[in-house]
Design a binder for this molecule. Structure first.
Ligand SMILES: Cc1ncc(COP(=O)(O)O)c(C=O)c1O
Length: 461
């Protein structure tokens, strides 16, 4: 087999970053399929006329983005299956970069409030809960607190229908194991939370995308996809969708529910971003409670590392879901559920949520001003913005151009569940930095990249 040899002139900039982008581009286009063994650093350096250190640097950039993995003594391989975007690099804030790739609430003093809640829990004898195995879905008191938290999203919730999970990610795992099952199809948006694709991959669930417009999934396209794929369920993030930031309007929610009812498929409704709102839009769960599994967490509205999520199921599915949760994890550590219950019942969680919301609103105004006339999707209370781009080429150019300057954003590629029909755009996570001015700086750089004039033709055709 001839060795893969990229054309670096398409990417420009520092050779290591250009090579990293060329590798990412080849993986996204399928030129380097999953499992491919990459050339050694030395071979590629020789082929491209680069220093070995430059190739090593490029490989470490793509490894940090989880695009390849190294196996000592065996070489470097293109990662197989869908990939989670790299999680926040703790050094990134300190270094000369601005990394707005991870959706998380901005820091508004969560550490101090959490410390106080942990102390309260321990002082009240919370450590006694460590003496025996906890109930898999949380104690009755913890479930009661979860019902209080869910009040804004779905007021009809009853504690007997709710399980606590370790974040929304685990809630998604439980939901898809309960209503989809190995070997079956689940429909979702063409770009969606990368963790859902990751879970589907490890659980043997087939994901198929349904086209979206600016209001979310298109009902006629959903009909067509159901006819073609006979899915068991639909996974949907109806408010502040990740990554495309749209919110499905009420009438579209009703139309999509009607399609699901006609074809008797379940709806998995992920509300992690609605969780920040005082008055979220009416959920799918309210339109058809027996068909909808509603899940959320406190990750995006309070604090990502609390790792407390909640899942509300139709009553007939609760025992099965509880059994699945127990099979997966036996039981989650009770301490954080206890801390979450304390935060909720004392009102401290709501205080933090309000502070997070106010900070998101302030950052939104900064981003809107800095983006100027560049169109984007996302509203004043949405913790991320989606900037649509013309096509895949522009998406590659903009994200690699930004990365060369030390600005990191997530791009459509990071969320695509299939290689075809990837909506082009980049996502800016407003909470990912401790410094508001960095939002302005990155948005101004993005604006410059997007409005840069097309280079004049050289006259050579
Ligand atoms: C749509 C969506 N669902 C679920 C999750 C996972 O959330 P958690 O941190 O609560 O596990 C994320 C995280 O980015 C997300 O974007």
């Amino acid at each position: 087999m001839t060795m893969w040899k990229p054309d670096l002139t398409r990417f420009g900039g520092h050779p290591a970053e250009a090579l990293a982008e060329a590798i990412a581009d080849a993986i996204a286009s399928g030129a380097l399929p999953p499992g491919t063994r990459m050339p050694t650093h030395r071979e590629l350096a020789y082929e491209l006329g680069l220093a070995v250190a430059t190739v090593s640097k490029a490989y470490s950039i793509v490894a940090r983005r989880n695009l390849v993995s190294g196996e000592v003594g065996r070489g470097t391989f293109v990662a197989s299956g869908p990939r989670m975007p790299a999680l926040a690099d703790p050094e990134a804030e300190a270094a000369n970069t601005i990394d707005l790739r991870i959706c998380m609430p901005p820091a508004v003093g969560q550490d101090v409030v959490l410390a106080a809640a942990i102390e309260d829990v321990v002082r009240a004898g919370g450590a006694r809960a460590m003496l025996r195995y906890p109930l898999p879905g949380g104690s009755p008191q913890q479930r009661g607190a979860a019902v209080t938290w869910l009040e804004r999203l779905f007021p009809q919730t009853n504690a007997s229908e709710v399980l606590l999970t370790s974040g929304a990610h685990q809630a998604i795992a439980v939901a898809i194991a309960t209503v989809v099952g190995t070997g079956n199809v689940m429909l979702c948006d063409p770009l969606t939370y990368a963790g859902t694709a990751q879970l589907a991959n490890v659980m043997g669930i087939i994901l198929r995308a349904v086209p979206v417009d600016e209001h979310g999934m298109i009902p006629a396209a959903l009909e067509e996809a159901i006819a073609r794929h006979s899915p068991k369920a639909l996974f949907i993030v109806p408010t502040f969708q990740n990554p495309m930031a749209f919110t499905i309007p009420q009438s579209r929610r009703e139309e999509l529910t009607a399609v699901a009812q006609r074809h008797n498929i379940m709806i998995i409704e992920d509300s992690v971003y609605a969780d920040i709102l005082d008055a979220p839009p009416k959920p799918f769960a309210a339109l058809d409670p027996d068909r909808t599994v509603l899940l959320t967490s406190m990750s995006k509205s309070v604090c990502v590392a609390l790792r407390v999520g909640m899942i509300r199921l139709p009553r007939a599915l609760v025992a099965q879901a509880e059994n699945i949760l127990q099979s997966l994890v036996l039981a989650n550590p009770p301490l954080m559920a206890e801390v979450a219950a304390n935060l909720i019942t004392t009102g401290r969680a709501d205080d933090l949520r309000h502070k997070v919301l106010a900070e998101v609103e302030a950052r939104f105004r900064i981003a809107r001003t800095a983006l100027g006339n560049i169109p984007f999707i996302g509203g004043a209370q949405c913790p991320h913005l989606w900037v649509p781009l013309a096509d895949q080429n522009q998406m590659s150019e903009v994200s690699s151009g930004l990365a060369r300057q030390g600005y990191w954003v997530a791009s459509g590629r990071d969320f695509a569940i299939a290689r075809e029909h990837v909506p082009a755009g980049v996502r800016i996570a407003l909470g990912a930095t401790a410094h508001r001015h960095k939002i302005a700086e990155l948005c101004q750089a993005l604006r410059q990249h997007i409005s840069a004039p097309v280079p004049a033709m050289s006259g050579v055709v």
